[in-house]
Design a protein around this ligand. Sequence first.
Ligand code: NAG
Ligand code: NAG
Ligand code: NAG
Length: 361
Amino acid sequence: MSLSSSSQWLVVIGLILPAFTHGILYPRESETRERKLLDGTWNFRIVPFLDQDIGFREEWYKKPLRSTGPTIPMPVPSSYNDVTQNRTIRDHIGWVWYDREFYAPSRWSGNNQRVYVHFGSAHYAARVYLNGKNVLNHTVGHLPFQARVDHLLKWNEKNLLTVAINNTLSRETIPTGSVTIRYDKALPNGYGVMFHEDFDFFNYAGLHRSVSLYAVPAAHIQDINIGTDVDFSPTHAAHVSYKLAIESSDPSLTPLVKILDAEGKMVASHQGQLNGTITLHDFKLWWPIFSHPEPGYQYTMRVSLLDGSQKEIDVYHERFGIRTVRVKGTQLLVNEKPVYLHGVAKHEDYDVSLNEMMMIN
Ligand SMILES: *[C@@H]1O[C@H](CO)[C@@H](O)[C@H](O)[C@H]1NC(C)=O
Ligand SMILES: *[C@@H]1O[C@H](CO)[C@@H](O)[C@H](O)[C@H]1NC(C)=O
Ligand SMILES: *[C@@H]1O[C@H](CO)[C@@H](O)[C@H](O)[C@H]1NC(C)=O
């Protein structure tokens, strides 16, 4: 019985995995990478409560939102619930629409560049359209996502980016919630107010983090995975392991991994391997604040992709700290020393709410 259900689970994972074999690097600038923020004032509209499909039916994504009805300005990133003084917008459950126009730098056109549109987060489910084409859908409100768009960008005129977002919580969402209609004698017969239930904080929604265009070289570093382990015995050593994912059709490109200290000085390097472990004997640990005179010490892993003549095709800088974390009995140990946590899971969103006061007690 349990065997068959776990093997079914494996089948499901196997089907999902190919799309998630690597993560998304934060869209950070480097010697070879450029980012254009699309934050600022977007156009915004909520859909009528009783006609959730109207935007898709009338294809609002095919032209600027202002040409299909009234819009209001909406800052991105923000929670749209918090911005206006309009209760209908604050308490809206269902689809909302955002759009904005932008220019794509023409130096990014051509075969040497890949351009992605990157979202830091859109709560909860999003459908993204570029110049009228549905480039991706994403669910789960707190995770970044991106789509490659260089084939859809216009280089000599404005581009239109449209995002439809649905904040409805259900048994399948994270966090879970359910929508109930509360009927009220004050409302006409059959009318009610929809609200989220089984849910203990306000369901803030919208484009919660930055939106950007991100240009990387065609052959590029796709993902960097860093792990650290520390040997606290008298030999005293830190083992920094790394795993790289490279997107390239050219097998002659080789990775170069350098570890730089906080001052930018190189302390170790490795060439030619996608996976490896670098051992440091003279190193600084990452410590939590208040537990060390120099807390939060970070190294940088500078990863580059070199061609046959050692020219850097792509570069990415990823910061990391060297530390260990483990639980011993009722203690949490960081670098084998117990730490005292001042607050755990304090998710209430109002400073002086009762729940938060109880947490502090
Ligand atoms: C509040 O927003 C709704 C939906 O966009 C709109 O129909 C209504 O007119 C707004 N109310 C005010 C007072 O602006
Ligand atoms: C989106 O909104 C509709 C209407 O409110 C709802 O029925 C649906 O389950 C929501 N979720 C997703 C992921 O589309
Ligand atoms: C997004 O979702 C809609 C509705 O389910 C679907 O028709 C469309 O094909 C999806 N788009 C992508 C890019 O997967």
